[in-house]
Design a protein around this ligand. Structure first.
Ligand code: PEP
Length: 254
């Protein structure tokens, strides 16, 4: 199955509008009027989406993602941003279920599922993050955790929803730590996640869905990870804060 890889830069709580402009100035000469063998996505903080939309809105090679969205439409939810609000920007994707949302903000599988369904209601494409902690891996619970996260997170999804979804397998112990899963560990987990999707939706949708790897991806390890048959791109945090490093990962990984 020929899947187009997708490389997404998750800026987390970095880069306000002026730093977004600096990043764009560095990236634009390399992406404007260019075609890539992969999709490129940038996920700035909410407050930078207007600036990013202005700068990347006419760049066909680059799409934008939000880093979160509410499970509600509107109302008394102080500090939240709804999926319908994101539609006013040049936003096509939304990262949901990131381990920092799960561990720091207590988002459960059910909350994440409600957000996934809300995102699809408003035609946003979820980048659905899953992954085990080190204790879970060492305790032999890898498959149990991934099964629970995939089953609950994708509950209520149709095959069409799945077609518009990207899964990001991100072992929690590899995120922001400098420790990357070996290519073998990553491939094994990706193949298992694909098998879970096949169980729930059938072989064809499972063969088509893109599964990114995330966790300390950098230029030096991108080629080896991306060469794995079930790895279809990367979700990148720290190493995507510089345009040059983001581009180098894409070049090495495609
Ligand atoms: C992430 O934020 O999803 C991530 C993978 O971060 P890092 O690349 O810094 O490990």
């Amino acid at each position: 199955m020929n899947r187009k890889p997708i490389f997404a830069a998750n800026w987390k709580m970095n880069k306000g509008p002026s730093e977004t402009e600096d990043f764009a100035r560095a990236l634009l000469p390399h992406v404007q009027h260019q075609t890539f063998p992969c999709d490129l996505v940038i996920a700035p903080p909410f407050v930078s989406l207007a600036k990013a939309s202005e700068l990347f809105g006419n760049v066909t090679a680059v799409a934008l993602a939000a880093q979160n969205c509410s499970e509600y439409d509107s109302g008394a939810y102080t500090g939240e941003v709804s999926a319908v609000m994101l539609k006013e920007f040049y936003v096509h994707y939304v990262i949901l279920g990131h381990s920092e949302r799960r561990s720091i903000y207590g988002e459960t599988d059910d909350v994440i599922n409600a957000k996934m369904l809300k995102a699809r209601e408003f035609k946003l494409k979820p980048i659905f993050c899953i992954g085990e902690t080190l204790a879970e891996r060492e305790g032999g619970q890898l498959e149990e955790v991934l099964r629970r996260q995939v089953t609950k997170g994708l509950a209520g999804f149709t095959e069409k929803d799945l077609q518009e979804t990207v899964i990001a397998y991100e072992p929690v112990w590899a995120i922001g730590t400098g420790v990357t899963a070996s290519a073998e560990q990553a491939q094994e987990a990706h193949a298992f996640v694909r098998s879970l999707v096949a169980e729930a939706f059938g072989g064809e949708p499972a063969a088509k869905i893109r599964i990114q790897y995330g966790g300390s991806v950098k230029p030096a390890n991108a080629a080896e990870l991306m060469a794995c048959p079930d790895i279809d791109g990367a979700l990148i945090g720290g190493a995507a804060l510089e345009a040059s490093s983001f581009l180098q990962i894409i070049e090495n990984g495609t």
